[in-house]
Write a protein that binds this ligand. Structure first.
Ligand code: HEM
Length: 501
């Protein structure tokens, strides 16, 4: 018995000594010791895990408070820095840098065998080289009719909603449209999400449930010991609740397996250039080998997360602001009516929409305010070290500059909280600071597709409908940082009234 007590005591002392050593080293002797930050954050990664998973705070909002207190560079973990100066954005994310993505964050999505999830530049490049052709400007122009068809299906659903005297929930509706586009583009098989009652498509509900789960997966190794040893009530709070993710995976697996089980089926799809045609073509790969079924699944999940919420959120945020400012709404409608005088003829093509200044300014302003991904895109400084802003950063440091710190910077975008499409007119100077799709070798693969959806989406919806926000009208669209923004406030519901001509 005495032996057991001694062994237990020795274990406790060993852990305590190790903890004191680690904390002292991190606070005083670590290569990042000179950078300011909350004392606990400087000492242990458990601080960030606590903030995100137990205090349930939105990290991009916490960062605003930290920068106000500690200055332009904040040490948010023993080995992690966040930069608030927009110049740092271009120092980190540019075509010369082939920095790795950071493992803890990117492995948490369970997609680390996909173009999005591969940690290294080389692996991602191999996969993106295969996919780029399917997402090129020319390929998207070739798929214009597909995107237009899904936009029209959304408009038809809005008409049905209007006939039934029911408002449309735009939090769901726009994301349904984007999901329909990406599933056809990927698999050639529509899931008709826009036709779900009240736009509550099961796949969207599953994805919403999964977004917080990813946050918890990020720290699951840290919490593993505590979860197994702590009382059930606490363990429920901090353990990864996987229900949403399981639903999503089952839905996706069903769709993907349907095609990947029998590649011959690809031949019978309505158009012959789905992303899966590319992915399943061994000739497209340098090693002439099609990726494993697991990697194909992860690619599909990455494309659905990447292509659904982002486009839908951008449209919802833009519409929210347009409905609050009737002068800007009328300007957009006037430009659309001039280009498309009668709904029965001369429907504008993407090429026409690209030339419409106000429409494109509205889209840029919507991208700025919704910001795409709101978390810092974590990168690891290579063995040569780096200079970010004026600071010399040691090798191995995890660094990021969140897009919201660029998009909401008052020096770059005066009155940053206001929706002012006019700021994009007349000059392209600000384009350098629109970083919703990120920059450098890991920038968005689907930006051409996204622009096509946004142009056709805004053009059709605002040309074909007069809209009035339904009660209760949200006065803002609060979100939580779950990598993408998760909007948790009152949903934007809108009465859609079809216009006659
Ligand atoms: C408004 C719409 C969109 C926005 C704002 C957006 C934003 C972004 C951002 C910020 C990244 C960088 C993520 C990171 O570094 O970890 C990214 C990557 C990516 N996006 Fe998008 N995206 C949009 C639409 C799409 C669409 C439609 C697709 C395709 C279906 C797509 C597919 C991807 C993929 C595969 C990556 C990973 C690229 C890589 O890691 O190298 N995105 N996107």
């Amino acid at each position: 018995m005495a032996f057991l007590w001694s062994a237990a005591l020795a274990t406790v002392i060993t852990y305590a000594v190790y903890a004191v050593y680690t904390v002292t080293y991190n606070a005083c002797f670590h290569p990042l010791a000179r950078f300011p930050g909350p004392p606990v954050a400087r000492a242990t990664i458990y601080w960030k895990a606590y903030v995100e998973c137990i205090a349930n705070r939105s990290f991009c909002h916490v960062l605003v408070e930290l920068h106000a207190r500690y200055g332009e560079i904040v040490r948010v973990g023993p080995n992690e820095l966040h930069f608030a100066n927009p110049k740092a954005y271009h120092d980190i994310y540019n075509n010369k840098n082939r920095w790795d993505k950071e493992a803890r964050l990117y492995k948490s999505f369970g997609e680390d065998r996909s173009s999005f999830g591969f940690l290294t530049y080389a692996e991602a490049k191999n996969r993106k080289d295969v996919l780029n052709r399917a997402f090129s400007q020319a390929a998207i122009e070739g798929a214009e009719s597909l995107v237009a068809e899904k936009t029209k299906a959304l408009c038809a659903a809005f008409e049905r909603q209007s006939k039934a005297c029911k408002p449309a929930d735009l939090f769901f509706a726009f994301r349904c449209m984007a999901m329909d586009v990406i599933t056809v583009f990927c698999f050639g098989k529509p899931i008709h999400a826009v036709d779900a009652p009240d736009f509550k498509a099961p796949i969207l509900l599953a994805m919403d449930a999964a977004s917080v789960v990813f946050l918890r997966f990020k720290y699951s190794d840290l919490f593993k010991n505590i979860i197994t040893k702590c009382p059930p009530k606490l363990s429920k709070i901090i353990s990864p609740a996987t229900a949403g993710l399981v639903d999503l995976q089952q839905l996706l697996r069903r769709q993907i397996n349907d095609l990947t089980d029998d590649p011959e089926k690809l031949k019978f799809l309505p158009h012959n250039m789905t992303i899966y045609h590319r992915l399943m073509d061994a000739e497209a790969y340098r090693n002439k080998t099609v990726p494993s079924a697991g990697s194909l699944y992860e690619e599909a999940q990455a494309l659905m997360f990447g292509g659904g919420d982002t486009v839908g959120n951008t449209m919802m945020v833009g519409t929210f602001h347009l409905l609050q400012q009737s002068d800007k709404l009328q300007k957009l409608k006037a430009e659309l009516s001039e280009a498309w005088p009668s709904l029965n003829e001369h429907e504008p093509k993407l090429r026409d929409l690209e030339k419409m200044p106000y429409l494109n300014a509205v889209i840029k302003e919507s991208l700025r305010l919704s910001s795409g991904v709101v978390s810092g895109l974590l990168r690891v400084v290579p063995p040569t070290g780096a200079t970010i802003g004026a600071a010399v950063i040691p090798p191995g440091t995890i660094v990021s500059c969140g897009s919201t710190f660029v998009h909401y910077n008052a020096a770059l975008f005066p009155k940053p909280d206001e929706f002012l499409p006019e700021r994009w007119l007349g000059s392209t100077d600000s384009d350098n600071w629109l970083v919703a799709f990120s920059r450098g070798p890991r920038m968005c693969l689907g930006s051409n597709l996204a622009w096509a959806e946004l142009r056709l989406g805004f053009a059709h919806v605002f040309r074909k409908f007069d809209m009035v926000a339904a009660d209760p009208v949200p006065d803002k669209l609060p979100f939580r940082d779950t990598f993408l923004p998760s909007y948790h406030g009152t949903h934007l519901q809108v009465n859609m009234r079809p216009v006659d001509v």
